[in-house]
Design a protein around this ligand. Structure first.
Ligand code: BJW
Ligand code: ZN
Length: 253
């Protein structure tokens, strides 16, 4: 593992970036930090609601016992998100989908900022804050940016909850399987802005590595995944990712 904190992108990464056909990007809360979204752990402001840490308010137990409080917390976050814009990190990742013949973006984020930046077919492992899900029939409802969520399920009338994945809950059907398939076929894998402690998302770089991919982490801090990576670019996603593209342009330097 090589740690790079300076200005330039190492030659090996440049070679891989120029030659790769199949690329996987795995992102976490850190990629949205420069847009103003609080992270869950470390790296600046962390998510707290009325004095409760996020793992208390964003928990299956709270959904069961106080769904109204959970909605209040998610409504509050959606209101903040409405004003926030994708940052250069999101935008660079969106450009990469045109650059590589096989490109997969897997995010743990629920904020929708990758899609706002132009990314499509994003695998959202932990759901979306912009959807609600019926607690009985699993019917899903998009929540438009300028509207409130429907009061109840239009199919069966039961209560709706945010369509996000809390600890101990299953990921959306097929999402992890598609991500794992992409990991097993990748030649180059970027792990951006995640603390790498939440599974099964954190196993994707491990799978990519086992399949022979070159792994590059982008994060201002070290994580439990750093040792697995071939290179660690120490810095903010919005600064480091555009530099990778810039420094791999023909004639650079
Ligand atoms: C920057 C930056 C900048 C700052 N640029 N970087 C195997 C082993 C052990 C445990 C498990 C296991 N498999 C499953 C588990 C249990 C559990 C788990 O992983 N627990 C661990 C904590 C030990 N996993 C689950 O429960 C998952 N479900 C599951 O596996 O189902 C099967 C199952 C069922 C029943 C029993 C067992 C298994 C579900 C996980 C759901 C996670 N949900 C949350 C909350 C969403 C709702 C909400 O938003 O309120 O998702 S938790 C929270 O953590 C959120 C995130 O998506 C997730 C990951 O966090 P992330 O993105 O990494 O953010 P941070 O804040 O942790 O890190 C930010 C990073 O950015 C830092 O490193 C900074 O340095 C960096 N940074 N600025 C780049 N500018
Ligand atoms: Zn229903």
């Amino acid at each position: 593992m090589q740690t790079i904190a300076g200005r330039s992108i190492p030659d090996k990464l440049r070679e891989r970036f120029l030659g790769a056909k199949s690329v996987l990007v795995v992102t976490g809360a850190g990629v949205s930090a420069e847009s103003g979204v609080p992270t869950f752990r470390g790296g600046g402001r962390t998510a707290v609601w009325k004095g409760m840490p996020f793992d208390v308010i964003s928990s299956a137990s709270m959904v069961e016992h106080n769904l109204a409080a959970v909605w209040e917390w998610f409504d509050y976050r959606r209101n903040l998100l409405r004003e926030l814009k994708p940052n250069p990190g999101h935008k660079e990742i969106a450009r990469w989908q045109e650059r590589f013949s096989q490109f997969t973006l897997v995010t743990q984020n629920i904020d929708g900022l990758h899609q706002k930046a132009g990314s499509h077919d994003v695998i959202e492992l932990h759901g979306s804050i912009w959807r609600a899900r019926c607690m009985s029939c699993q019917g899903r409802y998009h929540i438009p940016e300028n509207a409130t969520c429907p009061a109840a399920c239009m199919e069966c009338g039961d209560r709706l909850r945010p369509d996000v994945v809390l600890f101990g809950e299953l990921l959306p059907a097929g999402a992890f399987e598609r991500a794992a398939e992409a990991a097993s076929q990748s030649e180059l894998c970027f792990v951006v802005g995640t603390s790498g402690i939440v599974y099964p998302a954190a196993s994707l770089p491990e799978m990519a590595k086992a399949a022979g991919a070159y792994i590059c982490e982008v994060n201002p801090e070290r994580t439990p995944l750093s040792d697995l990576c071939d290179v660690v670019l120490t810095g903010k996603a919005g600064e480091v990712l555009p530099r990778i593209s810039l420094e791999t342009r023909k004639g650079y330097g």
